[in-house]
Design a protein around this ligand. Structure first.
Ligand SMILES: Cc1ncc(COP(=O)(O)O)c(C=O)c1O
Length: 364
């Protein structure tokens, strides 16, 4: 059994994906060509953002969004310690400091009502992550940011496709960033990402910064990066896009099916009011996590822990001065969560097998 079944997805969409890729091979415009432009148009319309700017990864999407906001040394960016490292890494790469706020244990997303306490004179913005596949409390976060004149970047690497009160992830005011890493709900066949914004000035800055700080060829007005999206990756995504909405329906169904059959033995994902969940990860929680992981491994069921060490306890962030006990909800989640196989191509028979093996562990 696969944790994420990309082979079955390829088998189902092979002709569409090959056709899109063949166009790129024939046209030989591999960087910033027509497929990238087409994808940007398609995903801007999908999210509701005025602009979508393809880039080389989700990490670079975050970095470019922060660069476009002019973030640099001495700035502080408030975010969650319970996320993939890239969220805070992008901040630190620019010489700024991530400032952490603990999570809501029900959704694993940042506690919006605790963000204000973390503000100092150096605070410039907030990165709100839609962990596992549902949006954080964006309305409250945007209101708070508005009161303090701060920017908000939604890290939608896991929540792309999710809706909250009728808005799509990455389509909120300010900026959104997502990842097309292969195992994401909307993934390409390598690295890729995208920045979203409805602010014309920010979009223009991201476009130049992703291409070595040039808005005109060989005129470098700013220090940028090589952060562009390959057309072959855009082609893969264009080949998959027409089926993405159906995949989300299937993912929601499979997520609900897991929850229905496991909710009495483990803590299952809570979908916040107004939210849809794309289950980039279907993540359960139990104090017996480590023994459950070993039992599932012995029974041939792949699992993954997202994430075993919160960022404030990572060696790379030791310089921030945090210690054990600073973010108890994140630390407890890191000890207790485990993600189960999930994709739109997970069969009900395989899912039943996972469910049986999880239940067997608790029965024994
Ligand atoms: C929450 C979050 N942020 C950022 C990233 C970085 O994306 P990428 O791997 O495309 O650089 C990921 C995914 O890996 C992620 O899960």
């Amino acid at each position: 059994m696969k944790f994420v079944d990309l082979q079955s997805q390829f088998a189902a969409y092979e002709s569409e994906i090959r056709k899109e890729m063949e166009d790129v091979l024939q046209g030989a415009q591999f960087i910033m060509g027509p497929k990238g432009n087409a994808l940007e148009g398609r995903l801007a319309a999908y999210t509701g953002a005025a602009h979508a700017i393809g880039c080389s990864s989700g990490t670079d999407a975050l970095l470019l969004a922060l660069m476009a906001q002019g973030v640099g040394a001495g700035d502080e960016i408030v975010t969650t310690p319970f996320t993939f490292v890239a969220t805070a890494e992008a901040v630190a790469l620019l010489g700024a400091a991530p400032v952490f706020v603990d999570i809501d244990p029900a959704t694993y997303n940042i506690r919006a009502d605790r963000i204000e306490e973390a503000f100092t004179k150096k605070t410039r913005g907030i990165i709100a992550v839609g962990l596992y596949g549902q949006c954080p409390e964006m309305e409250a976060i945007l209101t708070l940011a508005g009161e303090y004149g701060l920017f908000v970047i939604e890290d939608g690497a896991q929540s792309f496709g999710a809706e909250r009160n009728g808005r799509r992830s990455c389509g909120w005011p300010h900026m959104g960033a997502t990842s097309f890493f292969p195992s994401k709900p909307f993934g390409c066949y390598g690295d890729g990402g995208m920045v979203f914004t409805s602010d014309d000035g920010l979009a223009d800055r991201v476009r130049g910064l992703r291409n070595h700080g040039q808005w005109e060829r060989y005129m470098h007005r700013a220090i940028g990066i090589n952060g562009r999206l390959d057309d072959l990756q855009a082609a893969v995504l264009l080949g998959k896009f027409p089926r993405f909405p159906d995949e989300l329906v299937t993912r929601a169904y499979m997520g609900a099916r897991y929850s229905d059959r496991l909710g009495d033995v483990v803590s299952v994902p809570a979908v916040a009011p107004g939210n849809t969940h794309v289950f980039a990860q279907y993540t359960i929680r139990t104090p017996a996590r480590d023994d459950l992981v070993a039992h599932l491994r012995d029974n041939g069921i792949p699992t993954a822990v997202h994430y075993p060490i919160p960022l404030h306890l990572q060696e790379a962030f030791r310089g921030l001065g945090y210690g054990r006990g600073d973010f108890p909800e994140s630390e407890a989640a890191a000890r207790e969560v485990v993600s189960l196989p999930m994709s739109a191509f997970l069969s009900e028979a395989d899912q039943d097998e996972v469910i049986r093996k999880v239940r067997l562990f608790f029965a024994g």
